[in-house]
Design a protein around this ligand. Structure first.
Ligand code: NAD
Length: 316
């Protein structure tokens, strides 16, 4: 991996991934792209930043050629809650954008990364210690596109030899860029509200466990997987990874260790609750550990401490 084009670079993951890649590989070797151009966004100030609608396959190909990249990291997608509101657009973007990205990788012989999600599982998937290879019959449009994407990436490897790789991300928690409409967004919102208001109303019901991960661990996982020697990988796409699994009361209790007056109540959103109920409680990520040394460094309390410190600096 030497020169990397990133799609969806202004999103929750992309905006931090671009910074990490600039540090690790040199800013001149990173090409951040997004549908949007935001004048005051630092990513848009990067000299290689280009607007790119991933539905435009010709422009995608010509940008990859112009910058002579050897890797594509494809992040542009609609997330779970938004995809449930706009299922037809979600199918069109999540699959159409992915096919275009894979075609660029195939035609130029590039290494390829795209994330799947815990949303690729469904109600019939074993909920605890969810295996790497298991039943995947998701009941959301997001999940349908994520399973299809996993299969398509496998296909491009087997059929065309493209070096496709990917992980199933759990809910990602970060303080830099707000999340883009996922079901696990509550676990980000709660820290902002804890710092600003001292209270939070959760749209996810008590007792709902989901896998989560702090952004620095997620970014390191992407780089570690992409740098892993190919012969070590028997899976390629859609590695289960996770750092912690908790329900709303557990994250509230963690916050109270640092902000003892924090209070939480509930106003459950039936749409996002139904999505959460169809997802696993806790993944088994031993394949990622064995095949490429996946490791997470933040547990719930360590993440809480860092989130509250960073947000307090910003808002107080
Ligand atoms: P996000 O919604 O924060 O960002 C998506 C970005 O894509 C936005 O900047 C948007 O402008 C851009 N975009 C939308 N349509 C586009 C188009 N047609 N062409 C180019 N860009 C377009 O998403 P994210 O949280 O950064 O997620 C990135 C990827 O990671 C997605 O595939 C998502 O499914 C996956 N993922 C995210 C999480 C999470 O918790 N954030 C968890 C699991 C998987």
């Amino acid at each position: 991996m030497e020169r990397i084009l990133v799609t969806g670079a202004l999103g929750q993951i992309g905006s931090e991934l671009v910074n990490k890649l600039c540090q690790d590989y040199g800013p001149e070797n990173i090409v951040p792209t997004d549908l949007r151009y935001l004048e005051n966004n630092p990513i848009c100030q990067h000299p290689n930043f280009r607007t790119l609608d991933v539905m435009d396959g010709d422009k995608f190909l010509s940008l990859a050629q112009e910058f002579q990249v050897d890797t594509v990291m494809h992040l542009a997608a609609l997330l779970s809650a938004v995809a449930e509101e706009k299922p037809q657009i979600a199918w069109s973007l999540n699959m159409g954008g992915l096919v275009n990205a894979l075609e660029v990788a195939r035609q130029l012989n590039l290494q390829f990364f795209t994330p799947s999600s815990i949303g690729s599982f469904g109600p019939s998937t074993p909920k605890d210690d969810t295996p790497q290879d298991t039943l995947q019959r998701p009941t959301t449009m997001y999940g349908v596109t994520k399973v299809s994407g996993e299969l398509l990436c496998d296909y491009y490897h087997h059929r065309f030899g493209v070096d496709t790789r990917g992980v199933r991300f759990p809910g990602l928690i970060s303080y830099v860029t707000p999340p883009g409409g996922g079901t696990t967004d509550y676990a980000v919102d709660i820290y902002y509200k804890a710092v600003i208001d001292g209270s939070y109303t959760s749209f996810i019901a008590p007792g709902t466990k989901m896998d989560m991960m702090y952004m620095p661990d997620a970014l390191q996982a992407i780089v570690d997987l992409m740098e892993a020697p190919e012969h070590q990988l028997s899976h390629r796409n859609a590695f289960n990874i996770s750092a912690m699994s908790f329900e709303p009361e557990e994250i509230a209790a963690s916050i109270r260790k640092y902000l003892p007056n924090f209070v939480m109540d509930y106003d459950v959103d039936p749409v996002r609750q139904a999505i959460a109920d169809s997802w696993p409680n806790r993944l088994d990520y031993s394949a990622a550990e064995t095949e490429w040394g996946f490791e997470a460094h933040y547990d719930l309390d360590k993440m809480t401490q860092d989130m509250l410190a960073k947000l307090s600096q910003r808002f107080n």
